[in-house]
Every structure is written in structure tokens, then in C-alpha cells.
Design a protein around this ligand. Structure first.
Ligand code: ATP
Ligand code: MG
Length: 432
């Protein structure tokens, strides 16, 4: 990967607590199992390597004790690594002086904790400004910056309150604002939302995504909630017993779990919220060009045994759809052009539509639901069986879907096609 795009890089990172740490690293490297290191030695992180891109939300997930907090604490030097390296903005934390390390922690990488760590006797605004105070930013400027981020996290009007007057969700926002005020490129968030009740938690997740879109921070986010990981993560690293066992996009993790551990993790995930139209769509078969003649269109529908076809323009952007019966009628009447029967209510969805949002459109669509890219090009379709199979994580053969209208009987279609050819009428051959 190009270095400009990398905000943070970890390579061969180990953290061993307890006795004979260096020997333990060598032993682990040679393949000694973690639980044979002896009771006084804990290998919390074993050989972790990954890169986090600028502007990415990188989630670290795993069961309690799998090493998430230890890993994230090595990323800002709160824990020294037993072996391996961490690079932030191209600088190796492992090679620099304690003074420089403190500076990096203030200016490049800030942290939000699970239990907000707010100062109870200070007002909201002073809590938010606290990190800047430590940085030695002068009072007027730090208050001005603190006001800005307080507004960003939706706490305007609460600046002069004390933490005890705030709800848990609001306190968490203060913690987030404090980290944002430091204006570092990288934000580390260790179970930052875990103490919140579910509704407020979802609200904070949305807010984080909004902030992310607006400010473009690089965020490393720890959680042991897989739905949260899937919802906010661009990529997810799954940890087990100190090791990263898989790194991938939420869809990768869900559809190709690397092992049984990951598979068990993803069992409870709400697939309808993670999987998108793009991940389940099929290649569209019955598609005709807007300039195609009725005969070409009818022939295609007969060959594919479908009751309708999508109509697209030259650049594949969607125009609408046609029904076989209407096209049949055109052929019978000797009409050379499809346009009079093209229906514009195609109901197609965008590639990033969540499965959960496909049910209604799928029920309403006369054809397998169309899927459009950002330029309105028809890039796929989702037959109902495909949708149902994806929901259940089952093969399509195991699923029965409500039928769509049957295609017209082939014999009848053949008859009218032959008659049209007999009449010698030429029409443009532009079926795709
Ligand atoms: N300071 C320490 N000294 C000794 N052992 C430690 C220390 N910190 C963590 N450990 C051990 O390292 C392992 C990983 O702990 P860590 O806190 O990183 O896990 P975690 O994934 O963050 O768990 P949780 O989800 O409960 O926060 C555990 O076995 C833990 O007991
Ligand atoms: Mg932890």
C-alpha cells in the first residue's frame, strides 16, 4: 500500500505481561502455544500486523480478554511493545524519546475511554478544553475550539453544566468532544459506547459516522459487539487469544468467516443490516437496449423464459422495463419501436441498499429487483429467491418464493415472431 494513504501501521506486535517476556516472544514465534508459557506469563497480543488508512474506521473486535485494549494501548505508546513496531504518520513510536512520544500522543493520536474519565468539578466546556490545556494552548483559543466541537457533538447550551447534570449519553459526547478538540488525525476509542443503553448507543454510532464523514478522522474502535462493529466499521479485525484471526470488510467477515471462532461470532449478526444489494445481486439477463426493436426484445424474453425485461440506454443507465405481453402486441401489430410500451416505474434500488430495505421494493417490482450503481447503470438484479436465500444464509434451491407472472407460452410467441419475419419487416438489431 502507498505510504501516503497509511495513517497507522503495526508490524509483528507482541505484548507479553509478566516474567521472561522476551523469551516468551521467541517461544511464541517458534510456535509454542500461548497457554504453555507458564502461569506467570500472559501473552496479551501475539504477532499483530495491520495497516489503517487515513479516514478509515478500523474496528477491533473479540471476546473479553482477547487483547483488544492491550493492542490499542500499544498504538499510542501507553503500553510499550514487547516486540514489533508501531508507526503513526510515518514515525516509529518504538524508536523515539519519551518526550516526543508524549507530543505525538497530544497532537496525532487521542483516545476516548469507556468510562468517560470526565473531571467532575469542571464544567462541560472546561472538560472539553482539558486536553488543549495540557497541550499549553492559551485560554481564549482553547475555549473557542472547545465551543466548536461541543457544538459538533450536539451539546450546545450545556457548556456551563457539570458532568453530574448530564445523562450517560451526554457524558460520552463530552468525552468524544474532548478527543475531537485535540484535533488529532487518529482517534482511538476503547469500548467508548459500551456503557450506553441501546438507543443512545445507536444514536452515538450514527453521530460518529456523521462526524467521520465531515471530519475525515482515522478511527480505531474497539468493541465486543459485532452488530456495532459491522455497523460502523470499514474493516474489522477479529481477535482471539491475543491473535488477529481475520481482517476484512463487514461483508467479508460475514460471508467468508476465516474459522469456526469467527463464524460463531457472526451467527447472531443481523444479516439484513450488513449485507447490501450489491452483495447478493445477480447478473441481469433480460436486458434490452432502448433502440432495440420489439422482435429482438420478445425473442430475448422467450429465450430467457421471463415475463419482462429491463430497458437501458447506450451507457447501460436504466430507462424502464417492458412486459412480454405488451411487446408481443407490438410485434403482432408490426410496430418497429419499443418506446410506446416502456414503463418508467422500474423501482430499482442502489447498490448499497441494505437487505432489510429490499423487501418492499422486491414485493412491488414486476421483475427481479434491479440494482443501479451511482450513475444509474443497471449492474444487477435480485430475484426473490436470491433475496430469501441470502436472508436465511441458505442455498437458493432450498427456498421457495412467491411466483411472479409467468412468461407467455413459447409456442404463441414463436408463432407471432415467425409471422413478423414472414412479413419481411426489418428492425434494428440492438438487443444487448
Ligand atoms: N497490565 C496487565 N498485566 C497483566 N496482564 C494483563 C494486563 N493487562 C491485560 N492483561 C491480560 O492480557 C489479556 C488481554 O487483556 P485485554 O484487556 O487487552 O483484553 P480485552 O480484549 O480488552 O478484554 P475486554 O473486552 O474485557 O476489555 C488478558 O488475559 C488480561 O488479563
Ligand atoms: Mg478491553
Amino acid at each position: 500500500m502507498n505510504d501516503d494513504t497509511i495513517a497507522l501501521r503495526a508490524e509483528g506486535l507482541y505484548k507479553v505481561f509478566g516474567r521472561h517476556a522476551d523469551e516468551a516472544v521467541i517461544a511464541l514465534h517458534r510456535g509454542t502455544p500461548r497457554d504453555e508459557l507458564g502461569a506467570a506469563t500472559t501473552a496479551a497480543v501475539i504477532d499483530a500486523s495491520f495497516e489503517v488508512r487515513h479516514g478509515e474506521i478500523f474496528v477491533v473486535m473479540g471476546l473479553s480478554g482477547s487483547g483488544k485494549s492491550t493492542l490499542i494501548r500499544m498504538l499510542n505508546g501507553l503500553h510499550g511493545a514487547t516486540a514489533g513496531t508501531v508507526e503513526v504518520g510515518g514515525e516509529r513510536l518504538t524508536d523515539i524519546s519519551p518526550k516526543r512520544l508524549r507530543e505525538i500522543r497530544r497532537r496525532r493520536i487521542s483516545m476516548v475511554f469507556q468510562h468517560f474519565a470526565l473531571l467532575p468539578h469542571r464544567t462541560v466546556i472546561d472538560n472539553v478544553a482539558y486536553g488543549l490545556e495540557i497541550q499549553g494552548v492559551e485560554r481564549d483559543e482553547r475555549i473557542a475550539r472547545a465551543r466548536r466541537v461541543t457544538e459538533i457533538v450536539g451539546l450546545q447550551g450545556w457548556e456551563e453544566k457539570h458532568p453530574s447534570e448530564l445523562s450517560g449519553g451526554m457524558q460520552q459526547r463530552v468525552g468524544l468532544a474532548r478527543a475531537l478538540a485535540a484535533d488529532t488525525d487518529v482517534l482511538l476509542m476503547d469500548e467508548a459506547f459500551s456503557a450506553l443503553d441501546p438507543l443512545i448507543r445507536r444514536e452515538m454510532q450514527d453521530q460518529l459516522l456523521e462526524l467521520q464523514a465531515e471530519l475525515g478522522k482515522t478511527i480505531i474502535f474497539i468493541t465486543h459487539d459485532l452488530n456495532e462493529a459491522m455497523y460502523i466499521g470499514d474493516r474489522i479485525a477479529v481477535m482471539r487469544d491475543g491473535r488477529i484471526v481475520q481482517i476484512g470488510s463487514p461483508e467479508d467477515i460475514l460471508t467468508n468467516p476465516a474459522n469456526d471462532y469467527v463464524e460463531q461470532f457472526v451467527q447472531d449478526v443481523d444479516r439484513t443490516k450488513v449485507l447490501t444489494a450489491e452483495s447478493v445481486m445477480r447478473k441481469p439477463r433480460a436486458v434490452v437496449h432502448v433502440g432495440a426493436g420489439p422482435r429482438a426484445a420478445l425473442t430475448l424474453m422467450r429465450d430467457e423464459q421471463v415475463a419482462g425485461a429491463y430497458v437501458v440506454s447506450k451507457d447501460r443507465s436504466i430507462v424502464g422495463w417492458v412486459r412480454d405481453r405488451d411487446v408481443f402486441d407490438l410485434v403482432r401489430r408490426g410496430v418497429k419501436d419499443l418506446s410506446s410500451v416502456i414503463q418508467s416505474d422500474h423501482g430499482a434500488v442502489a447498490t448499497d441498499t441494505a437487505l432489510a430495505d429490499l423487501f418492499i421494493p422486491s414485493l412491488e417490482a414486476a421483475l427481479p429487483l434491479g440494482v443501479l450503481d451511482s450513475r444509474d447503470r443497471l449492474v444487477g438484479v435480485i430475484p426473490r429467491v436470491t433475496l430469501l436465500a441470502a436472508l436465511g444464509g441458505e442455498p437458493e434451491a432450498a427456498v421457495q418464493a412467491a411466483p411472479r407472472p409467468d412468461p407467455m407460452p413459447t409456442a404463441e410467441v414463436d408463432q407471432v415472431l415467425e409471422a413478423a419475419v414472414g412479413a419481411g419487416a426489418a428492425e434494428p438489431k440492438e438487443a444487448l
